[in-house]
Design a protein around this ligand. Structure first.
Ligand SMILES: [Zn+2]
Length: 440
């Protein structure tokens, strides 16, 4: 019986999204004068292709490259060698890639790709989280964070603050332009993340002036300057709090409880064998020195198979018996930025922590941002494109899917990414249409 592969999504397939990204790349000003042999758009698209194909290194990509397919599928006119790609991309400021993310996001909105990601009342959940992706005692560049140790040695690192739309019921995440954490952000980790968050939210608002979001972050973010910054940018929040770090708040909650102001709510999910117990109270001061900053407090005890986990958050959203469970789900979905984004990039074939080339100025950051872009294209397909979903289903694991994808890419002349995914769906039997192509 013949296996019929579903069609690729007209507007949200890999081919449609690559065309959009390529067009956006071609609008970025080239830092070089004259008419270089290889365009900036070709160099950027080649790096994106490397991450899209999950090539383990720049060298592997260079050696194995299939020029015809890179031209046909990624629209690259001239593919740079690895040295030339590094030289062209090193001076590119990461910020110049922001419009590419914005155009991709606007396209997803227009084509209704984000409808499924809506959390509550026209609002999306936007998770922020920091991660490191490079460290070395020797290799460094102008953007590296440097730590000077007591024994006189220096270690260098790269970190970024990632941002992604998440949803408690969806595995997929939609990453936005991340905020690279660079040397100017300050000497302390907390300073760095706080400054990066400020930059990220400010630019997010410029890019998306009317997008309604609820930001979720860990308990490091539950401080007055950060919450005021979120309020200034008309962004709602659900942020973690800890009894140890927010003692005043927890004391106030205890007092409110004694005064009979706290509400309790319990919910049993018999099918999942989970019991939730909540207590919540509105209009609490976040801390003693910022008594005018009022927050709504939620505490949750989740019991599964005799084990209880405890969580607590503050939010500016209204908390009542009708909303508290959903707010808890939104807050708990925050782990998806760590698990489904950073862990996927590090462990599921993207090689986030590999060194594709460090450069002297921005190369390391530019590669990280382009990898996030390639990941975004993959996530949109996973969310919206039936053909991609069928190919993934056929091979079961992403790792295997990427492996088979690369094998076909390097061995056969392909007309499009849809052609490649169709071949992956039909299988690799000799009778499959892919082998009818004469590439001699
Ligand atoms: Zn560096």
């Amino acid at each position: 019986m013949a296996i019929v592969a579903p069609n690729a999504h007209k507007h949200l397939s890999a081919d449609a999204l690559f065309a959009l990204v390529r067009k956006a790349f071609s609008c970025i000003d080239d830092h070089r004068s004259g008419t270089p042999d290889i365009s900036l758009a070709d160099a950027l698209m080649s790096a994106l292709a490397m991450f899209s194909l999950k090539s383990p290194s720049l060298l592997a990509f260079d050696k194995e490259r299939a020029e015809d397919n890179l031209h046909q599928i990624y629209g690259i006119q001239r593919v740079p060698c690895d040295t030339s790609m590094r030289e062209i991309l090193d001076p590119v400021t990461p910020e110049s890639l922001r419009p590419v993310f914005k155009q991709l996001f606007d396209h997803l909105q227009r084509k209704k790709a984000l409808q499924e990601m809506m959390f509550v009342q026209d609002h999306y959940l936007l998770a922020l989280d920091g991660t490191g992706y490079f460290s070395s005692n020797q290799l460094h560049c102008a953007s590296c964070l440097a730590t000077h140790h007591r024994n006189g040695t220096v270690s260098y690192a790269h970190q970024m603050l990632g941002a992604a739309l998440i949803h408690p019921d969806k595995r997929e995440v939609i990453p936005l332009m991340p905020a690279p954490i660079v040397r100017q952000d300050g000497p302390e980790k907390n300073d760095c993340e706080r400054n990066a968050a400020k930059r990220l939210i400010t630019k997010f608002r410029q890019d998306h002036p009317s997008l309604k979001v609820i930001v979720t972050e860990d308990s490091l973010s539950s401080n007055a300057p950060h919450i005021e910054m979120l309020q200034d940018h008309d962004v709602h929040y659900i942020l973690g709090v800890k009894a140890g770090d927010h003692a005043f708040l927890f004391q106030q909650v205890a007092q409110a409880e004694q005064a009979g102001r706290v509400t309790y709510y319990e919910r049993d999910d018999a099918t999942q064998g989970v019991h939730h117990r909540f207590r919540f109270v509105s209009d609490m001061p976040l801390n003693a020195s910022n008594a005018t900053l009022r927050v709504n407090f939620i505490e949750c005890w989740e019991t599964t198979k005799g084990k209880t986990h405890h969580f607590s958050w503050v939010t500016d959203l209204r908390v009542n018996k009708g909303t508290v469970y959903r707010l808890m789900q939104g807050a708990r979905a925050r782990w998806r930025i760590e698990n489904e984004t950073f862990n996927t990039l590090k462990n599921q074939g993207y090689h986030f922590e590999h060194n594709f080339g460090h450069g002297y100025q921005h190369l390391s950051v530019v590669f990280a941002v382009l990898m996030m872009l390639a990941f975004c294209v993959d996530q949109v397909q996973q969310l919206c494109c039936p053909l991609f979903q069928a190919a993934w289903g056929r091979w079961g694991s992403k790792r295997l899917l990427w492996e088979k994808m690369r094998a076909l890419f390097y061995d056969y002349a392909l007309a499009s990414m849809a052609h490649l995914f169709q071949a992956l769906c039909y299988g690799l039997k000799k009778s499959a249409p892919i082998l009818d192509i004469d590439s001699s």
